[in-house]
Design a protein around this ligand. Structure first.
Ligand code: FES
Length: 158
């Protein structure tokens, strides 16, 4: 496991509140994980055991869900998150070249965060913007027809 820790008391407080708010729900694991992700910016390691116990699951089952969905972060993301499309239509419009240049300028690889914590760059596979690629999500906002200057500006590395 590569989960990192946040302050245990705050993580457990968020977990406790989420368990209460989803107490009557069938299949509450995903909503609880979304609550944790939204409040803490990651799924911290220390919640796995109490969460599994509360839902009468094993830690391995909870970990399986956390690790399956890319939006559940095992490490906190940078201040800005750029998700660049790497699917075919965007590749045909030059997305791989753009990505390579952006990653080189930021000095990181796919899925990494810059040392100053300002930027995380992740791959995504089709955003439904195929006709106007290269496309990306910048802090959850879709952007299209990217050029190197526009992408660098959006990523904060211009
Ligand atoms: S291929 Fe990039 S948005 Fe569809």
């Amino acid at each position: 496991m590569t989960l990192t820790s946040v302050r245990t008391d705050s993580a457990l407080e968020v977990l406790a509140a989420s368990l209460v708010s989803h107490a009557d729900r069938e299949g509450p694991l995903l909503p609880i994980l979304h609550d944790l992700q939204a409040a803490l910016g990651q799924i911290p390691a220390e919640v796995l055991k109490p969460l599994a116990a509360a839902l009468q699951m094993t830690e391995a089952e909870v970990w399986g869900v956390v690790s399956f969905y890319h939006d559940f972060r095992q490490e906190p993301a940078g201040e800005r998150v750029v998700k660049l499309c790497r699917a075919e239509a965007c590749q045909a419009r030059g997305s791989e070249d753009l990505a390579g240049r952006l990653l080189a300028k930021a000095g990181i690889s796919w899925g990494e965060t810059t040392q100053d914590g300002r930027l995380t760059i992740e791959p995504v596979y089709c955003l439904g913007l195929c006709a106007c690629g290269p496309a990306a999500l910048v802090d959850g906002r879709p952007v299209a027809r990217l050029t190197l200057p526009s992408l660098e500006k959006l990523a904060g590395v211009a």
